[in-house]
Design a protein around this ligand. Structure first.
Ligand code: GDP
Length: 323
């Protein structure tokens, strides 16, 4: 007999993570799922504070995400960027007119002394999102990409240089001084937290900035809820973005097993794509539970199906661990 799950915490980066987040948001009641978002991609640009992963999640959960670009807001116009170009301004990071409203609102609130957590909650509420969306920390953390030519700030690597430089490693500047978001700490200690999901995000630059925060791995391990990750790698390839390219450059095998190994003993369970079912036993031999199920999320139904499969898997682990 499995009992219904009470509360779920989902760790996520931007595009890949937000797909499963949307599935979870659609199959769980408000209050049942909390999203913990990477802020290592955050940066200051044109005097504005920009939080790409938070915004991708907010736009995805409020049906505001732009289906054509895969980032930013739908029904976007670019008048400000065009005028900026005319004036000789920096235009390599594309900010649409509607998207700018988010960055203006956030930047002004932060300047008034509000925390990123408070600003994000207000943005989520105005966008009609009923689920808590929490930045991993209120302090600035900046993901730095090591390359043979030296270190690059994340957005220089990701957007300006289009992920072309070969990576040699990562550094999360400011992480040592950053504190875990207190609301996350409280949730991790809550007796009704039944599951922790690591969404299919880039392990190196979307999830590791979260896991590297002082005390985060220990708090996740100490939580009574099982930790389950969904593979962002299917048949040795990333669905989008540089995850597999980074694995190759770091000398890690380009497969889902390497992702499970990367998270290691943090995980109680790992979800592989059905095409990688042959890896189930190898993942299990790492000392965690494993299943294979369709994980490619093209439609809303795909996202909801994977969310339900993830929750079933958590229920199974909770039940088999019960005394
Ligand atoms: P970013 O911060 O915008 O780069 O987004 P994330 O780090 O959250 O997501 C990037 C990862 O999502 C990549 O490794 C992709 O392979 C993975 N991803 C994207 N779409 C899917 C999908 O439909 N299924 C799975 N399993 N992974 C996906």
């Amino acid at each position: 007999m499995t009992r219904p799950l009470r509360r779920i915490l989902a760790l996520t980066g931007g595009v890949g993570g937000a797909k499963l987040a949307l599935g979870l948001a659609n199959v769980l009641q408000p209050g049942q799922v909390t999203f913990l978002v990477n802020t290592g991609d955050d940066f200051d640009h044109l005097g504005l504070r920009i939080c790409p992963d938070i915004d991708t999640l907010l736009y995805t959960l409020s049906d505001e995400a732009n289906p054509e670009t895969g980032w930013g807001r739908r029904n976007e116009t670019w008048h400000c960027l065009e005028a900026l170009d005319q004036l000789g301004g920096e235009t390599w990071f594309r900010l649409g007119d509607r998207d700018l409203a988010t960055h203006l609102t956030r930047t002004l609130a932060l300047a008034r002394g509000e925390s990123l957590t408070a600003v994000t909650a207000s943005l989520a509420s105005h966008l009609g999102i009923p689920h808590p969306v929490l930045p991993m920390t209120d302090q600035p953390v900046a993901t730095m990409i090591g390359t043979a030519q030296g270190e690059l700030a994340f957005q220089q690597y990701f957007v300006r240089d289009r992920c072309a430089p070969a990576v040699t490693g990562f550094r999360f500047a400011g992480s040592e001084q950053a504190g875990i978001n207190p609301q996350i700490e409280a949730l991790l200690a809550a007796p009704d937290l039944d599951g922790i999901v690591i969404c299919p995000s880039n392990p190196f630059v979307s999830v590791d900035p979260i896991l590297t925060l002082p005390g985060m791995r220990a708090a996740l391990a100490a939580a009574s809820a099982p930790v389950v990750a969904v593979s962002p790698i299917i048949q040795g390839a990333a669905v989008k973005g540089p995850t597999a390219k980074m694995m190759a450059e770091l000398g890690v095998p380009q497969d889902a097993l390497a992702v499970a190994r990367h998270y290691g003993d943090l995980l109680d369970g790992f979800i592989l794509d059905s095409h990688d079912a042959s890896l189930v036993e190898a993942v299990q031999s790492l000392g965690m539970d494993a299943i294979a199920t369709p994980t490619l999320m093209l439609t809303l139904q795909d996202k909801m199906n994977l969310a339900l499969a993830t929750l079933d898997f958590i229920s199974h682990i909770v039940t088999s661990n019960a005394p």
